[in-house]
Design a protein around this ligand. Structure first.
Ligand SMILES: O=C(O)CCC(=O)C(=O)O
Length: 391
């Protein structure tokens, strides 16, 4: 494996119930948050517990079934016999257990994206509370004990192009694909997740998921190579020969076991309790393992990124915000009444040339400002639609 043979995978600490060590946070700058951040820096991931409540997990599992049943056009949740390959091929990406072909916009998935504890988790790791949230999909891994054919594929991948990441000089052309993201296709929201910046600028990008049921090793799901985030640059440089298998601008790199057997051996399942979030550094090679148990594995995938993220141009932020407002209307979410006090939405008549224009415009999304100084600066120049959580 060239110089990456120096890479030493780390042993992951576990708690007395066999789950990976986790952190409970009261706010983003509490002492536990510093510990969580230190853990993240060392291992390339961290588990934050109690991010979704038990009720929220149950409601979300029910929503996953609503999505599945709307795609297979029949009720299936109570009859495992119906969870066949043929039917599941209509629900999303079969091999990866992803539910939904493109980003999902149900009421439940939208409300989950504004969960305060989730925001605290990302803010703790990213070191800022001014964040945008991604609009991704659900995961559901069917039990396979009696149906091995229902297993998802064992995989390790990167949601970025490691060679563009190490070679680019700056972030000016973040997404090196033809055309700008318009958010006119639900697929654009998935593409948006795979913009990791570049190594020379060194922005931190953090992906995440919330497990909705206890997730033990035998239930399959998320795994990663602990500590790999620090070696990505070196690894990518040593493995330039693999680049020929991918398109020059591909931003999703699935790597077969035969090319990286040692990394597959080093990957660890990240077991966590229901309602826990797993956050990982986008540079850590990761993926999923199939379920081998009798219980389904349920998850929601979520990334948050700083609102002043370098790829978020004013035009993009504007389009993004407008599409989100339409999506909220489609599921009868009233931005003025139904959103959490975390969510700040700005009218579009903000003076784009003024100070902070980038931050102002980038925040025209869902999420977020709890930074009073920033709000004070902005409120004079725009209307903040903010109110108490009502869901
Ligand atoms: O937990 C999983 O199913 C895998 C998640 C993953 O690889 C991703 O979101 O990139």
């Amino acid at each position: 494996m060239g110089a990456s043979s120096q890479f030493r995978p780390l042993d992951i600490p576990k708690d007395s119930d066999g789950f990976v060590k986790s952190f409970t946070l009261s706010c983003y700058n509490c002492s536990k948050a510093s510990e969580a951040r230190a853990f993240f820096e060392e291992y390339g991931f961290v588990v934050i517990s109690n991010v979704f409540t038990p009720e929220q997990c149950n409601d979300t599992i029910s929503d996953i079934w609503n999505v599945i049943e709307s795609l297979v056009v029949q009720p299936v949740r109570n009859d495992k016999q119906l969870w066949t390959q043929e039917l599941w091929s209509k629900t999303g990406i079969l091999d990866e257990g992803i539910v939904g072909w493109e980003s999902l916009w149900t009421r439940q998935i939208l409300f989950n994206r504004q969960t305060p504890a989730l925001h605290t988790a990302f803010a703790s790791v990213l070191g800022t509370e001014n964040l945008l949230v991604s609009h991704d999909r659900y995961g559901m891994f069917r039990p396979t004990k009696e149906h091995p054919e229902r297993a998802t594929a064992t995989n390790l991948h990167l949601d970025m192009n490691p060679w563009l990441y190490i070679d680019k000089e700056d972030n000016s052309e973040q997404l090196e694909v033809p055309g700008e993201l318009n958010y006119d296709s639900d697929d654009d929201w998935i593409t948006e997740n795979n913009e990791p910046g570049c190594s020379k600028v060194g922005e931190l990008h953090v992906q995440g998921l919330v497990n909705l049921a206890d997730n033990r090793e035998e239930d399959g799901g998320f795994w990663l190579v602990p500590g790999f985030h620090k070696y990505l640059t070196q690894w990518a440089d040593n493995h330039r020969h693999l680049r020929r298998f991918y398109g020059h601008y591909d931003q999703f790199i699935m790597i077969d076991r035969q090319y990286i057997p040692k990394l597959y051996d080093a990957a660890c399942h990240i077991s966590s309790r229901a309602g826990s979030a797993i956050l990982w550094d986008q540079r850590a090679i990761h993926g999923s393992r199939p379920n081998r148990s009798q219980s389904p594995r349920y998850a929601q995938f979520i990334k948050m990124f700083p609102a002043d993220h370098s790829a978020m141009t004013l035009e993009r932020a504007e389009k993004r915000r407008n599409v989100i407002i339409e999506k909220l209307q489609t599921v009868n979410i009233n931005p003025e009444a139904d959103l959490s006090s975390l969510v700040v939405m700005f009218h579009s008549d903000v003076d784009g040339e003024a100070n902070n224009c980038k931050i102002v415009n980038a925040q025209r999304l869902l999420l977020v400002s709890m930074d009073q100084n920033l709000l004070d600066k902005l409120v004079g120049r725009c209307v903040v639609l903010e109110s108490a959580l009502q869901n």
